[in-house]
Ligand binder design. Structure first.
Ligand code: AOF
Ligand code: ZN
Length: 358
C-alpha cells in the first residue's frame, strides 16, 4: 500500500475533479509477491486507476490481490464501475486505503466487491492516503479547496525586504521543491501586491515538468494587474484567473478577458475579496488544491480567516533585519494552531510542513 500511495502522487494536480488514485495488482506464485499491473488515474480523470492496472495484468489478475488507494468506484462513468471490473477480472482480494466520500460510491464499491466474492480489507494506511488526497477530501466535505500556504522565511522570520521585488531567501533545492509543489497543485494564488512587485510567472519550470503549471490566480479587487505583466502575457499558455470585486471597472474586466484571462467577480469587503465565497467558487469549478504563494497581506488574510490547511515553511539561513524586513503579522501566534507533520533539509534551508490541528 505504501508503494501504491507513492505511485498515486504521479498525477497530483492533473486529474481534477477526480483524485489521483493508484492501483497495484500483486500476485505471489511461490517466489514472493510480484506487481503484475499498475494504474494511476489518467490525466483529466479517466480512465480510472483500476481499469488500467487490470488491462496491464490481463489473465494474471486472476487470484491476485489489488491494492487501491481509494475505494473502487460503484458508478457508471465512461466505463463500468471499477468494483465490477475487479470482480470480473478474477481478483480475489482487495486491500483499500481511503473510503470514497462520493455519494455514488461511499461503501457501495466495497459492497459490490464482497457480493462478488472478493475479500476486502479496508483502511490500510488510510491516514497516508488521506494526506495525499486531502484536496479531494476537503473539497468533498467542506466545498472548498485544500489551501497550502507556502512561506519562505529568512533566519529572522522575514518574507522579503521593504520596497524590493523578489528577494532570495532560500536556495536552489528549496526552489525546486516549490516548483514541484506547483506541479502537484491545481491552482496557485498570489495577491496583487506580489504580482505588481515581483511580476512573477508562477509556472513550474522543473526540467521534464514544464507542462504541469497550475492555474494562476491573482487576488486583484480593483483590477490593477497590468496587461503588460508576465502573467497576463502568458495567459494563453497557462490559465490566469483574476479574482476581482463585483464592482470592478467593466472596461478593465473586458480588457482582461480580451487578453485571455478569466474573471472571477466576487464580493469584496473593505476592498478585500471575500475568501470563503471565492474558495467555494473555485471548488465548484473543480479546483481541489490551492497553493498560496504570497505576499504578507494575503498570507495574513488566509491565516486570520482560518482558511489554511497546511503551511509549507522554508527557512533560509541568512537574516534580513527587522528594519528593512517585511513580516507576516501575527505569524507565530497563527502557527500555534498547526503542528509539524514533516521535516527536511533542502541544501542549507530547513523545511517544515505544518498541518492544522483539527
Ligand atoms: C476509482 N478509481 O482512479 C478514481 C476514482 O467522473 P468520473 O466518472 O470519473 O467519476 C469521478 C469519481 O470517481 C470521483 O468522484 C471518485 O468518486 C471516483 N474516483 N475512482 O475507482 C480512480 N480516480
Ligand atoms: Zn473507477
Amino acid at each position: 500500500m505504501a508503494a501504491a500511495i507513492r505511485y498515486s502522487r504521479r498525477h497530483l494536480g492533473l486529474t481534477a475533479t477526480n483524485p489521483s488514485v493508484a492501483t497495484l495488482i500483486v500476485r505471489d506464485d511461490g517466489d514472493g509477491p510480484v506487481i503484475v499491473g499498475r494504474g494511476v488515474t489518467a490525466v483529466g480523470g479517466r480512465p480510472h486507476a483500476e481499469t488500467q492496472a487490470i488491462a496491464e495484468a490481463g489473465e494474471k489478475a486472476r487470484e491476485a490481490t489489488a491494492y487501491v488507494t481509494l475505494e473502487p468506484c460503484a458508478h457508471h462513468g465512461r466505463t463500468p464501475p471499477c468494483a465490477n471490473a475487479l470482480v470480473a477480472a478474477g481478483v480475489t482480494r482487495v486491500v483499500a486505503a481511503a473510503t470514497d466520500p462520493d455519494d455514488r460510491v461511499s461503501g457501495k464499491g466495497y459492497a459490490i466487491l464482497r457480493d462478488g466474492g472478493v475479500e476486502v480489507i479496508e483502511g490500510v494506511l488510510a491516514d497516508k492516503a488521506a494526506d495525499i488526497m486531502a484536496g479531494y477530501l476537503i473539497r468533498s466535505f467542506k466545498k472548498r479547496p485544500e489551501v497550502t500556504l507556502k512561506l519562505a522565511l529568512s533566519a529572522d522570520g522575514m518574507i522579503g525586504r521593504r520596497g524590493e521585488g523578489q528577494v532570495t531567501i532560500t536556495g536552489p533545492v528549496s526552489r525546486a521543491q516549490v516548483h514541484l509543489m506547483r506541479a502537484e497543485s491545481d491552482a496557485i494564488l498570489v495577491g496583487i501586491g506580489t504580482a505588481l512587485a515581483d511580476d512573477p510567472m508562477l509556472t513550474c519550470r522543473l526540467p521534464g515538468l514544464e507542462g504541469r503549471s497550475p492555474i494562476r490566480i491573482v487576488l486583484d479587487s480593483d483590477l490593477r494587474l497590468p496587461l503588460s505583466s508576465a502573467l497576463v502575457l502568458s495567459a494563453s499558455a497557462v490559465p490566469v484567473w483574476i479574482a476581482c470585486g463585483a464592482d470592478a471597472d467593466p472596461r478593465k474586466r473586458q480588457a482582461m478577458i480580451d487578453a485571455g484571462c478569466r474573471i472571477l467577480a466576487t464580493e469584496s469587503i473593505n476592498g478585500r475579496i471575500a475568501l470563503p465565497e471565492l474558495l467555494e467558487d473555485l471548488a465548484a469549478q473543480g479546483i481541489a488544491t490551492v497553493m498560496v504563494e504570497g505576499g504578507a497581506n494575503v498570507a495574513e488574510y488566509f491565516l486570520s480567516e482560518s482558511l489554511v490547511d497546511r503551511i509549507a515553511l522554508f527557512e533560509g539561513s541568512d537574516a534580513i533585519g527587522e528594519e528593512q524586513g517585511v513580516a507576516v503579522s501575527g505569524l507565530r501566534s497563527h502557527m500555534a494552531g498547526f503542528s509539524p507533520s514533516r521535516e527536511a533539509r533542502f541544501g542549507a534551508d530547513r523545511f517544515t510542513e505544518l498541518t492544522r490541528k483539527s
